[in-house]
Design a binder for this molecule. Structure first.
Ligand SMILES: Cc1cc2nc3c(=O)[nH]c(=O)nc-3n(C[C@H](O)[C@H](O)[C@H](O)COP(=O)(O)OP(=O)(O)OC[C@H]3O[C@@H](n4cnc5c(N)ncnc54)[C@H](O)[C@@H]3O)c2cc1C
Ligand code: FES
Length: 285
């Protein structure tokens, strides 16, 4: 059991969860994740560590409420506990002095990039942030990034902040820079990672993605997180989750992600009356 220190909705549908987990807080590195179970009957879901405090022994996660398990987490409050929080899992992000690194974040990826950006700055890089969201009110943690990033660009689908459109506007940002970035790191939804990788392939900018396949054990035993990288089979939980975006078989990745769609929809149908409803940031389920 891990006690919840804080749980709050930071922008619509996006939650911050801080857990007591001293063993994880003392070891975790940027790019790693934990596997959480909201309750004893709950499924195991992988979530990136967005921040941690070694002294307080806490880890912070930013999660988007998309289905049953993230819905159950969103119904918990400070003082409650989650059944399990296991980690840190996966490999850490490769940090070096690359020169200029462009970090592209959307939805929960804005949170999971934060430790990566901190480490990149510490290693002497120039960091350019690109936030992508449907609208300006869905972009969070700008106050934290302003202190770290050398430049911040925003792309919003409704044009309420920065460039109007979606991540397909990335070439406009890159072409407007004096020099292209030396590396791109992208965290967030699959579309964001796949599309960014597509756009950086031709200018040959090394691009790192943090893959988010369905996972079960997170330790290389079950095979559920199988991905094809440069024609070779890899397990995202132990070989990743970070890979070169130019080497991922995105078509296969997308089809495997949809493997349990029917069960996910059926769960919602069966449990409709219990679904979380949020009013003024409080769970009403
Ligand atoms: C290494 C790793 C790190 C991750 N980090 C985060 C994070 O920091 N914050 C966060 O919000 N999410 C993160 N995810 C995704 C998260 O694990 C899923 O959103 C979660 O498992 C969905 O569970 P659910 O039961 O609520 O939704 P489900 O009912 O399982 O799914 C609901 C909808 O979400 C989609 N979905 C299912 N699995 C995933 C997935 N793995 N990624 C994206 N969409 C999915 C389904 O296609 C479906 O449309 C990460 C995944 C991995 C593998
Ligand atoms: S989650 Fe089971 S092998 Fe990766």
């Amino acid at each position: 059991m891990n006690k919840i220190i804080e749980r709050k909705m930071i922008v619509p549908n996006m939650h911050l969860l801080t857990l007591e987990a001293p063993d994880i807080a003392s070891k975790v590195k940027p790019g790693q994740f934990v596997i959480v179970r909201a309750n004893d009957e709950g499924e195991r879901i992988p979530l990136s560590v967005a921040d941690w405090d070694e002294e307080k022994g806490t880890v912070t996660i930013i999660f988007m409420e998309v289905g049953a398990s993230t819905g159950a987490l969103a119904c918990l409050a400070a003082g409650d506990s989650v059944a399990t929080c296991v980690g840190p899992l996966g490999n850490e992000t490769e940090i070096g002095n690359f020169g200029t690194v462009m970090c592209v974040g959307g939805c929960y990826g804005i949170g999971s990039l934060y430790p990566v950006v901190k480490a990149l700055k510490k290693a002497g890089n120039r960091v350019i942030m690109v936030f992508e969201a449907r609208s300006n009110y869905l972009i969070y943690w700008v106050d934290k990034y302003i202190k770290l990033a050398d430049k911040i660009f925003n792309v919003t689908r409704d044009g309420s902040l920065g460039l109007k459109g979606h991540i397909s506007r990335l070439p406009d940002i890159i072409n407007g820079l004096p020099n292209p970035p030396d590396r791109v790191i992208v965290n967030g939804c699959t579309f964001l990672m796949a599309r960014t990788s597509e756009m950086t392939r031709d200018p040959s900018i090394p691009t790192v993605v943090n893959l988010n396949p369905i996972m079960i054990d997170g330790t290389g035993m079950c095979g559920v997180c199988r991905v094809t990288i440069n024609g070779k089979m890899k397990f995202a939980c132990v070989d990743g989750p970070e890979f070169s975006g130019h080497e991922v078989d995105w078509k296969e990745f997308l089809s495997r992600r949809k493997a349990y769609l029917e069960e996910e929809v059926l769960f919602f149908r069966r449990s409709e009356p219990k679904q979380a409803v949020h009013k003024e940031g409080k769970c009403q389920a």
